[in-house]
Design a protein around this ligand. Sequence first.
Ligand code: PRP
Length: 224
Amino acid sequence: MSNKMRYLTFALTKGRLANKTLEKLEQIGITCEEMKDKESRKLIFVNEELKLKFFLAKGPDVPTYVEYGAADIGVVGKDTILEENRKIYEVLDLGFGACRMCVCGPGYARDLLNHHEMIRVASKYPNIARDYFHNIKHQTVDIIKLNGSIELAPIVGLSEVIVDIVETGSTLRENGLEVLEEICPLSARMVVNQVSMRMESRRIKEIIEKLKNRMNLPQTAERL
Ligand code: PRP
């Protein structure tokens, strides 16, 4: 491989998504041994042979790194892509991390939604919540931004409903809440910087194609 080849940099979402992403990349021959050392305090990892770099970031920061070109490629949830609304290309649905963005609350809140009442909506995703209520449902609501444990909001009376991610539904069930409306399906996506997509199109397209082909294989050994 030529020495002049520049590094392609990946921004991965810290946590479960990064582990799943590394598994997928490993299946197409992209490995990063350095990253597996859990003791390490290093923030950026290099595969010299393939001229690749990897770093871990908080989900909402991944589209930012990719928009500004600090990373050429990112892997992040569709929820974060919708919320952050950055100028990036979404190039591939990786399939894992599948869940749904929903309006949830106690059963009685269903009526408040049906009658377009002026209600409070708590969410970690104020932009998604605003877009859904204002532009899709044409319902005027008060959006309250929270940073986690969103299910608390209707329980303690901060809001009537929440907009949040539902995966298995057990957090809702255990707190006496239910899905009232479904906004959209979510999963992990690969995103690409708009300039990199042109300048490094051969290398980036090759990665996308390999991942696609791998996903199209009969799923005997793995579940997406
Ligand atoms: C997410 C989400 C729900 C929960 C849904 O929270 O906000 O609370 O997972 O999963 P379930 O349907 O399988 O129960 P997360 O654990 O990411 O933490 P957070 O509450 O800090 O957002």
